[in-house]
Write a protein that binds this ligand. Structure first.
Ligand SMILES: Cc1cc2nc3c(=O)[nH]c(=O)nc-3n(C[C@H](O)[C@H](O)[C@H](O)COP(=O)(O)OP(=O)(O)OC[C@H]3O[C@@H](n4cnc5c(N)ncnc54)[C@H](O)[C@@H]3O)c2cc1C
Length: 365
């Protein structure tokens, strides 16, 4: 069986490795890759997805991830009072790893595998050719910025947050560092995501402002919000444009969209790649069941995949956007009622458990 993946993003490599583990031949078609990107970007992977990644994609090296045992949410409006707190009796809730290191782990493993082939896209005729050829059982597009996305999956719900996420890694003095912190400030959410006892990654995104912050302003803002670390130095600062998009159609004929090209969300709850991992889990199960029954793999798996994921992905993406809008809306009001309400809900054990479960496993019915 031959499967074609378009794009060499993290999504594409993770899916490729999962398929290869099932003895499926994978051809990844990609444009010339950019060098040294994502120096400071980290990914928080939920416990459930981390277990899936290790078992059914690739095993993380021990030095590649950092365990997070508590998540605390603060509001600047409530004089930096804690409004939510998630813990599970000292168990890990999340694992933080560097984007670049996960990518390199997958890339170097796949390069050595006989079932994997990476082919460079030389010109735009490629897209027409690949659709007309009947060489592959499935063609899965993991690149949101190519002709296929623009021509076949342009029907989307789009929203531009008019904002950038700024990321960096701070080097600091030793601290027992297993608590992730998110602060909803008047300018936007700032997250402190530990990656060792000496390093913490930062994600800051301004609410609805495309004004460009100078390096000094971003560093000042981080220092202002930082209550825990004795900062020694800052790593490279990077920025990423933020959008929300959900495609209305998951597939067209023998072609399916996948990953961030299906659902792109604000990083404030660290769920973008987690959604994709849940999609890989479901697609992988559909393919496995068919192979086990001796059935043919063809594009009818797309319909099955869409039926199982589209409604849940839509609710999940919209829920994430609701959190963003909620805190943005709250910013415009002088009273503290909404923050107090969240704080009150957070003290309820059932609410706390439900939110933790959704963040870990996504929505299930
Ligand atoms: C600031 C920020 C923080 C985020 N935090 C989280 C989080 O905590 N948890 C979570 O689940 N999701 C998070 N996300 C979302 C997550 O990063 C994406 O869902 C994930 O990266 C998959 O995206 P992708 O596969 O479409 O493309 P990406 O892997 O992001 O790649 C985009 C492009 O860059 C190229 N590329 C990527 N890496 C390399 C590399 N090392 N070398 C060469 N080329 C490369 C690829 O070819 C591709 O074309 C975050 C997003 C942002 C913007």
């Amino acid at each position: 069986m031959n499967i074609c993946l378009i794009g060499d993003s993290l999504t594409s490599l993770a899916l490729a490795k999962n398929l290869i583990n099932k003895n499926i031949k994978v051809y990844v078609y990609c444009k010339k890759s950019k060098k040294s990107i994502f120096q400071s970007r980290t990914i928080g992977i939920s416990k459930n997805n981390f277990d899936f990644f290790n078992k059914e994609i690739i095993k993380f090296r021990k030095d590649m991830f950092w365990k997070i045992k508590a998540i605390e949410i603060y509001s600047e409006k409530l004089k930096c009072e804690k409004i939510l707190n998630f813990e599970n009796n000292g168990e890990e809730l999340f694992f933080i790893a560097k984007n670049r290191e996960i990518y390199q782990l997958l890339d170097s493993d796949l390069k050595k595998n006989k079932l994997f082939k990476k082919i460079l896209i030389k010109n735009n005729n490629f897209y027409k050719k690949i659709l007309n050829e009947k060489k592959y059982e499935l063609i899965i597009n993991c690149d949101g910025n190519n002709k296929i996305s623009n021509n076949f999956f342009y029907n989307k719900i789009n929203k531009n947050y008019n904002s950038y996420a700024h990321t960096t890694i701070i080097n600091h003095k030793y601290i027992k560092n297993d608590k992730a912190i998110q602060i909803f400030t008047k300018i936007g959410p700032v997250a402190f995501l530990p990656i060792s006892n000496f390093k913490t990654s930062i994600v800051f995104s301004a609410i609805n402002k495309k004004i460009s912050f100078s390096e000094k302003e971003i560093k000042n803002l981080i220092c202002q919000q930082n209550k825990n670390y004795e900062i020694k130095s800052f790593g490279k600062l990077e920025k990423f444009e933020l959008n929300f998009s959900v495609t209305r159609k998951y597939y067209y004929k023998n072609l399916m969209n996948f990953g961030d090209s299906l659902h792109k969300i604000h990083p404030l709850s660290g769920q973008g790649f987690n959604m994709t991992l849940r999609d890989i889990k479901i697609l992988s199960k559909i393919i496995k069941e068919r192979v086990d029954l001796g059935l043919q793999i063809d594009h009818s798996v797309y319909k099955d995949f869409e039926n199982k994921t589209k409604h849940l992905n839509f609710i999940f993406s919209s829920g994430n956007d609701f959190i963003y809008e909620f805190f943005k809306f709250d910013n415009n009001y002088k009273n503290n009622y909404l923050n107090q309400l969240v704080k009150f809900l957070g003290k309820n054990k059932l609410f706390n458990n439900i939110v933790s479960k959704y963040a870990d496993e996504g929505l299930t019915i």
